[in-house]
Design a protein around this ligand. Structure first.
Ligand code: PEP
Length: 251
């Protein structure tokens, strides 16, 4: 399957910095990439990124994503952004359950599953993040943790589970410069694939991304693993040259 390289800008950027980054990406994408490419940007910048993508023809393949989405469709939920609002701005993807949201905003497995369901109901593909903390890995519970996190999403979404993108992001590897080895990542991806297979005959079409300090130097070996279908890229997505190198390493 075509791999997906998705950048997660997190809470970074400004009008000027975004324009510089997208202009540099446009130059690098003059030759269309093999992989699918997306950038998940802070909500206030969705309109800017959409407008610039329309102005810069080589950004045509660049898909737009958000970093979160409400579990509610509309109404009295101050501060939330609904999936239909994201749709209005041309969003194809929304990250849900990023470890920073689970950790700093108390998002539970059930809430993440509901966000994924709302996104799908409005034609947005959720990029569902799962991953264990360092303590959980050291305690030998990695598989239990990621399976529990995915099970909640399967339970809430039924056969629609084949429409999600999944991202395995070991928490200890996010923003730390520590990366899972290709073998460690592949082992968890294989567990997730097997769990998806038990839930849907369409499990092979679910992209399972790896995220956690993926960079220009380590992307190629990670992306060569059989069950790694792309990457969710934080820090390296803010540097055009690095992000372009990762895109070029994808199949
Ligand atoms: C992320 O935020 O999803 C991520 C993988 O970050 P980084 O690449 O910086 O580790």
């Amino acid at each position: 399957m075509t791999q997906l390289i998705a950048g997660n800008w997190k809470m970074n950027g400004s009008l000027a910095a975004n324009e510089a980054l997208l202009t540099a990406l446009a130059q690098g994408l003059a030759t269309p990439p093999r992989a699918e490419v997306a950038v998940c940007v802070p909500a206030p910048y969705l309109a800017q990124v959409r407008a610039l993508s329309a102005q810069l023809p080589s950004l045509e393949p660049l898909q737009l994503g958000a970093q979160d989405v409400s579990s509610q469709a509309a109404g009295a939920f101050t501060g939330e952004v609904s999936p239909s609002m994201l749709k209005d701005f041309g969003c194809r993807y929304a990250i849900v359950g990023h470890s920073e949201r689970r950790q700093y905003h108390g998002e539970t497995d059930a809430l993440v599953a509901e966000k994924a369901r709302q996104a799908l109901a409005h034609g947005i593909t959720p990029i569902v993040c799962v991953g264990e903390s360092l303590a959980e890995r050291e305690a030998g519970t990695t598989v239990d943790v990621v399976k529990r996190q995915l099970a909640a999403v399967i339970q809430a979404n039924g056969h629609c589970i084949s429409e999600i993108v999944l991202a395995y992001e070991p928490v200890w590897a996010i923003g730390t410069g520590k990366t899972a080895t290709p073998e460690e990542a592949q082992a968890v991806h294989a567990v997730l694939r097997a769990q998806l297979k038990a839930a849907t005959p369409q499990a092979e079409r679910v992209k399972i991304l790896y995220g956690g300090s993926m960079n220009a130097a380590n992307a190629a070996t990670l992306l060569a693993q059989p069950d790694i279908d792309g990457g969710l890229i934080g820090g390296a997505a803010l540097k055009a040259a690095d992000f372009l190198t990762i895109i070029a390493a994808a199949r």
